[in-house]
Design a protein around this ligand. Structure first.
Ligand code: MG
Length: 163
């Protein structure tokens, strides 16, 4: 059985992961509108990944005999600006998610909830990847500068994402 404090924090994390999914989906729509189908495809793949993060915690709470309680998801923006701005936003957002997972981990430690700590190890590692990927793409976009034809090369590259 999971304690109420940890359960509440896990539920908040589920909502944050599903909110992330919704933001990536909105980014996909905005990039589709900029005629960048590869970037849009990347965002949609990321949308699915965030839903999977939320569901991983959803199933975990249920497995521990906790009650899943979904929170409200805010309306995402319609415009996110240039691809460089989009990835600046993504990097900031993923850093926020990392901080939230670390806080959750600290709570699990304080509450001596060892199973939750183990569960969160996967998320801690995943955030290292998320931040690394966002940072890498952002730096590449910055390096393009005014060479807009290179943006189409990157669009092709991002569109090749498998999942
Ligand atoms: Mg996530």
């Amino acid at each position: 059985m999971i304690n109420d404090k940890v359960c509440k924090a896990l539920n908040e994390q589920i909502t944050l992961e599903l909110s992330s999914a919704y933001i990536y989906l909105a980014m996909g729509a905005a990039l589709e509108d900029q005629n960048l189908p590869g970037f849009a495809r990347w965002m949609k793949a990321q949308y699915h990944e965030e839903v999977a993060h939320g569901m991983r915690l959803f199933d975990y709470v249920a497995d521990r005999g906790g009650r899943v309680e979904l929170g409200a998801i805010e309306k995402p923006p319609v415009d996110f600006g240039s691809p460089e701005k989009v990835f600046t936003t993504i990097l900031e957002h993923e850093r926020k998610v990392t901080a939230s997972i670390h806080k959750l981990y600290e709570l699990a430690v304080a509450e001596k909830d060892y199973a939750t700590q183990t569960q969160l190890h996967w998320f801690i590692n995943e955030q290292v990847e998320e931040e690394k990927t966002a940072e890498e793409i952002l730096q590449q976009l910055k390096a393009l500068g005014e060479r807009t034809h290179m943006l189409l090369v990157m669009d092709h590259k991002l569109g090749a994402r498998e999942s």
